[in-house]
Ligand binder design. Structure first.
Ligand SMILES: Cc1ncc(COP(=O)(O)O)c(C=O)c1O
Length: 408
């Protein structure tokens, strides 16, 4: 591992990572397969740990640190908001939340935003809104939510029930009723359900946790037409693939098919916890005062963090650079695939890319970390590449060099 030559300040309280890992293991619920690394600081695409080791961060906190670490405009926006007003609840309006909603819906088919604190909460809001809306038009029997095989929507009960992978549901029965899994990219598989009972269809335009699988544009078009004809709410989960990660601001723009509701989180706050749904005026009108809420939703501090991210990301110049970096990464990964027989496939969109290997990737991800590159797996056999959207060609070269060494 390289020793840090970052311009981040030297560690105020040096401590051995190993001791901290032991302390963490004793007191934190062991719900994650956490690596034995304790991170202390970050700058741009780099982070350092408590032993002073430097890492190139191609995990970005699982697609969260869109602007990298400690982006100056982000730090300035959050710090100055902290000095003004950090929280006030939704009993009152606050300026950053209004500006954030305006910026999110600007030049989009959406008219209204609802803010919450995480991806799973955004999915919950989308599910509640959809059932409320369709019941009004189609009656009380309209409760079914169709979700895709291999999908992932979060860990709360509604989001977990929507997730099309039983490994996330084992041990938690009974799940929320009336969630049915259909086959991703197979339109006929959803036709077995009576449309009069279907309230919503949930799709990730790019499945993240499921192994970086793209939606088929023809499938999406058929689903869109079905939803319009049958008054079914089409929800896109863009929690991982949205906010510029795909090379467009919304991932659906790559396919030219818009949903009725989009769920956002992760990169929206760039590291500050925030989630959101955006909806068309018609669907959003189903929510009335008291129907849904969150104490922290649209909190001025979180909203100012998200505004700082959007000020950078929601610009064509920034998105053009994301697409250029994505092409550069794709070319490098394809070149690696040509040399390494264990790499079975490359998949991706924008700066959300994956390599499918013919073996478990956990030891490779671990070896990369030892060499100074942070990556994230998806399932057993896929390595995901989720660098900050600000990543440079030089940083991509550095990541590929370390990955090649790990694979060798
Ligand atoms: C597509 C997708 N939906 C929902 C979630 C859940 O988000 P959160 O962990 O913020 O609740 C995730 C998280 O990985 C995700 O990738």
């Amino acid at each position: 591992m390289g020793t840090s030559s970052l311009s981040i300040t030297s560690l105020a309280h040096p401590a051995q990572s190993a001791d901290l890992v032991e302390r963490g293991k004793k007191v934190l619920m062991q719900t994650y397969a956490t690596q034995s690394i304790v991170l202390s600081q970050g700058s741009g695409a780099y982070v350092i740990d408590f032993d002073g080791n430097k890492y190139l961060d191609f995990a970005s906190g699982i697609a969260v640190n869109a602007l990298g670490h400690c982006h100056p405009a982000y730090v300035e926006a959050v710090s100055s908001q902290l000095l003004k007003l950090s929280h006030c609840s939704n009993l009152y309006y606050n300026l950053p939340a209004i500006e954030l909603a305006e910026k999110l819906i600007d030049a989009s088919p959406f008219s209204r935003a609802f803010f919450c604190n995480s991806g799973a909460e955004a999915i919950e809001a989308a599910l509640k809104l959809s059932r409320k809306y369709t019941k009004k038009y189609k009656g009380e029997q309209c409760t079914t939510v169709l979700t895709m095989s291999n999908s992932f929507h979060g860990r709360t009960y509604g989001a977990m029930s929507a997730t099309g992978q039983t490994k996330y549901q084992n041990g938690y029965a009974p799940l929320v009723p009336d969630f049915k899994t259909v086959v991703f990219n197979d339109f006929d598989s959803l036709l077995v359900h009576d449309p009069d009972t279907v309230a919503a269809i949930v799709i990730e335009p790019v499945q993240g946790e499921g192994g970086v699988h793209l939606v088929d544009p023809l499938f999406l078009k058929k689903v869109r037409d079905y939803c319009t004809a049958q008054k079914v709410v089409l929800i896109f989960d863009e929690i991982q693939c949205g906010i510029g990660r795909s090379g467009k601001f919304f991932a659906w723009e790559n396919f030219g098919i818009a949903p009725d509701v989009v769920a956002l989180a992760k990169g929206l706050g760039g590291g500050f916890p925030i989630g959101a749904i955006l909806a068309t005026e018609e669907v959003a009108s189903a929510f009335n005062p008291g129907d849904h809420g969150s104490t922290f939703g649209g909190n001025p501090l979180a909203a100012s963090a998200a505004l700082a991210c959007l000020s950078e990301i929601k610009n064509e110049g920034f998105l053009r650079q994301v697409r250029a970096s994505a092409e550069y990464l794709e070319a490098a990964l394809l070149a690696l695939q040509a040399q390494v027989p264990a790499i079975k496939a490359w998949r991706g969109l924008g700066l959300m890319q994956g390599l499918e290997l013919d073996c478990p990737v956990k030891p490779i991800v671990q070896r990369c970390a030892e060499l100074g590159l942070l990556l994230v797996g998806a399932g057993e056999n896929v390595i995901r590449f989720l660098p900050p959207l600000t990543v440079s060609f030089e940083e991509i070269d550095g990541a590929i060099a370390m990955l090649s060494m790990a694979l060798a």
